[in-house]
Each structure stands twice: as C-alpha cells, then as structure tokens.
Design a protein around this ligand. Structure first.
Ligand code: AMP
Length: 464
C-alpha cells in the first residue's frame, strides 16, 4: 500500500514524500481511512508507530482550503480542530509535524501551552486557527478569558490520553468537552488503555472504530538493552564512569525528580562532564533552547524528568539511560522507543539499585524477556541484584491487580450513574497513577500544569 491509495491529495503526498515517507505505517493504514470516513476513532498505539501522521494527515485532508486558490476566510477566535496533548513539548512537536505535512496547504496551526506569555498567544488566535494543538490547562484559561470560541469546532483529538489522565488532566478535559459542540468527530490515541481511558472513551466518544497497533514501529528499532546493578549512592559515579569509559557523546538520561536532575547535572559537571537538564522547574524558553541544542548536538548529555522529556522526538538519538526506572513498565517502553529509530542502532542502559528491583521485574515481565546484566569493573554492589523471575508478582502488584479487577466491576456499575451523583472514591482517584513503590520519599515530578482534580472529576463526564 502507498500513501496515494489512502485518498490523500497531491499537496500532502508531495510533502510527505519530501520527508522520505514511502509507505504508510500500520497505524496510518488503519487510522487514515477511518478518520476520512468521518467516524469516531479509538486507537491504541505507542509513540514511534507514526501515530501523529496517522491523525494529522487526514485532518489536513479534511480541513484543507476548499477554494481553488487555497485561500480561506477564518472567523475570529474560532478553531476547526483541537488536538489536546499532555505536555508543551508534545504540543510543539505535533504542531511542527502539522507545518511539515501541510506546507503546501493553506492550513493555519498553532501550539498553545502554559508557562509562556498569554498575550502573544491571544494575538495569534484573533484571526482564527484551523488546527490548534494545546495543553488542557492553558486552553481552559483562554476559553475562560473568551480568547477563543469552540462553535466552529469539527474535530477533537485526544493524543496520549493515558498520559493526560496520569497527569491529572481528567477534570480539565471534561470541562473542555463540556464546551464543545455536540456534533463533532472524536479521535482518541493512547499507548495503553487503562480503565480511566476506557471510561473517557465510553463517555465522550460516539460509536467509534477501534484499532490497536501493538508495537509496530515506523521503523524497526534495533535497541540493545542492558542493566547494571548499582548501589543507590553510587549511581552518579557509575554514570560518570560509563560516560567517560565508553565515550558517550549523546545520552538522554531519565531521572525521577527535578531536584535529582539539577543535582545530577552538578555532580557530572564536577567530574568534568558537561550536561544540561530539563524539568518543570525550568522556563519554557530555556527548555525549548536546550532541546534545540540537544537535537543539534551542541548538548550531548541531557538529564530529563519523565514528564519534561515527553514528546522529545529525535530521529538520531543513540542512547537513553534510566538513572531511575519508571514506575510503569509501559513508560520504559516509551523511553527506549526514543532510540534506535529510522533503522539506526540504539542503546538503552538502566542503572538499577535494590529499591528498583520490583520495577525491573515488572518491566521484564512486560517485555517477556530478561534484560542483559553487565558488570562494570570497580563497581561491586553491597547487595547483588537478584535474578528476576518473569513470573514474579510482587504483593503490591498482586493487590493492584485485584484492585483493578474490583474497579472494573465497580466501573460497570458506575457507568450508568456517571451523570447522577457522587462517584465512588476509587473512580474519583483513578486518574492518579498507583505505584507499587509507595515507600519512595521523593515524589516523582508532575507537570507544573497538571491540575489534580480532587473534586470528583468523573462526575463531569457526560454521556453523549
Ligand atoms: P510518532 O509515532 O508519530 O512519534 O512518529 C515516529 C517517527 O516516525 C517520527 O519521527 C516520524 O517522522 C516517523 N514517521 C511517521 N510516519 C512515517 C512513515 N510512514 N514512514 C517513515 N517514517 C515515518
């Protein structure tokens, strides 16, 4: 199958051909015709599968100028398609894809996110926008200030829905949905389909086509994964050693907290290694500049919290390092999926201390594979990491699973009541990720934009 069989018009085909896209990916083959048919869609697809083009290309096709000369009149402060994303970085990334794919069309797009001046974004909205890519918090601010109106909106896209729920955006999402016209097309993309996403889909999306693309990436990644057992207090020394010994010129290093990120950068610098960090404590302008410098190679070692790194899209990223393992095995897959793209070889290295062992087991179970262990001379651990067992189920995971089963049952009972009264406590909290390592004193970083809706967000979901 080629892109031309997908009923995309010439200006779009020319733009993607210039980017070197020859054949549509699995998600694109399924999503593009489904979206062009006008139906609602739920797609489960990971980052790296080409999902962005999967919804942007048909959006462009549907919204492209209909006058022969491509010129179009836009109504002030109106938008025709809204793409909600969890982070600023992803907003910038998706909008830049829209510009690339739509470069031969008269389609006006804009990325809108918090942490930057409101006024300049308001100015951009004044003449109307065709496709707005936005984070939920800033979008609501703008709507409250009547800087934009949704009456001409035709399509809503929820991108990385699972991540938006993890970050506590469910309340904002529902408040946004409440403001949209009833008649619209809804597209939901999510790497995973936990109960919260299912509930959102059930209530906000109408008779959707469902597609699922497991791990069928745009290019087959060749990722060499290995772990080193290390005592917690020795991690930064080991990392410095690895960078120097293996002459790593490029690495994206994931760390749990923003304080940890800043501390690690100063530890590396003390050992003569130049590094930078991105996390929610840094201004948007600084984060954007650092990302540009990392992409261009000016910065080689970048320390990032999971949230700040969301949406980093670098085709030639050679290495990711998990300084801290993520709580969720799917996040590990997301992280390592950033390397080894475009047929290149990638490396994913994890520094694992004893308190990370349960997470390692969960990841290996999810991958159904034991990750290669390496010993680094001079770095013996006080306590050797045990061999993990692919069938290992920690007590807390066990509890979590039975809780999830209970919750599914409650969800069923709850659905009918969604618009009536108070939701049970578990549903109210189900947008908060549970971790099987609650013992951690430091809390992992959440977006500065994240608004944990403690006041029963699920009540705001209305059945269409
Ligand atoms: P995404 O899953 O949207 O983050 O896309 C992952 C990467 O795949 C991006 O770098 C895209 O530029 C690239 N990509 C998307 N579609 C194709 C395609 N059909 N052929 C080759 N590369 C693609």
């Amino acid at each position: 199958m080629t892109f031309s069989t997908l009923k995309l018009s010439l200006p779009i085909l020319d733009a993607i051909s210039e980017l070197g896209y020859e054949t549509p990916t699995a998600i694109q083959k399924k999503a593009i015709p489904a979206i062009l048919s006008g139906r609602d869609l739920i797609a489960s697809a990971q980052t790296g599968t080409g999902k962005t083009a999967g919804f942007v290309l048909p959006l462009l096709e549907m919204l492209k100028g209909d006058k022969p000369n491509g010129e179009r009149k836009r109504r002030a402060k109106r938008l025709r398609a809204l793409i909600l994303v969890p982070t600023r970085e992803l907003a910038v990334q998706v909008e830049s894809n829209i510009c690339q794919y739509g470069k031969n069309l008269d389609v006006k797009s804009m990325a809108m996110f918090g942490g930057v001046d409101l006024e300049s974004q308001k100015q951009q909205l004044i003449d109307g926008i065709d496709i707005l890519v936005a984070t939920p918090g800033r979008l609501l601010d703008m709507a409250h200030q009547r800087a934009l109106h949704f009456d001409e909106l035709k399509v809503l896209v929820l991108d990385e829905a699972d991540r938006m729920l993890d970050m506590g955006f469910i309340g904002d999402i529902n408040r946004i949905i409440d403001r949209l016209p009833e008649q619209r097309q809804n597209l939901l993309f999510s790497a995973t389909m936990p109960d919260g996403v299912r509930l959102l889909a059930d209530t906000a999306i109408d008779n959707p086509i469902e597609i699922s693309i497991e791990d069928n990436r745009a290019t087959t990644p060749q990722i060499s994964q290995w772990v080193v057992s290390v005592d917690k207090g020795n991690k930064s020394t080991l990392l410095s050693h690895l960078i120097k010994e293996y002459q790593w010129t490029q690495a994206l290093i994931f760390i749990r907290t923003k304080h940890g990120a800043a501390k690690l950068v100063s530890q590396l610098e003390k050992r003569g290694i130049k590094a930078e960090s991105i996390h929610s404590g840094r201004s948007q302008a600084v984060r954007t500049q650092i990302l540009t410098d990392f992409k261009s190679g000016k910065i080689g070692i970048l320390v990032a919290t999971g949230i700040a790194s969301r949406g980093i899209d670098i085709d030639e990223l050679t290495r990711v390092v998990n300084y801290d393992l993520p709580d969720d095995a799917d996040d590990y897959i997301h992280r390592i999926g950033r390397t080894g793209r475009a047929g290149a070889c990638g490396e994913a290295v994890s520094l694992v201390s004893m308190d990370d062992f349960k997470r390692l087991c969960a990841i290996e179970r999810r991958l159904d594979q034991i990750i290669d262990r390496r010993r680094i001379e001079g770095f013996t651990t006080v306590k050797e990491l045990p061999d993990s067992n692919l069938n290992f189920v920690s007590k807390s995971t066990d509890k979590k699973q039975s809780k999830s089963r209970d919750k599914k049952n409650k969800d069923k009972a709850f659905k009918g009541k969604a618009s009536k009264g108070k939701a049970p406590r578990e549903e109210r909290n189900s947008n908060t990720r549970t971790s099987d390592t609650n013992s951690h004193k430091e809390t992992s970083e959440r977006s500065s934009e994240s608004s944990h809706d403690s006041q029963n967000p699920w009540l705001r979901i209305r059945k269409k």
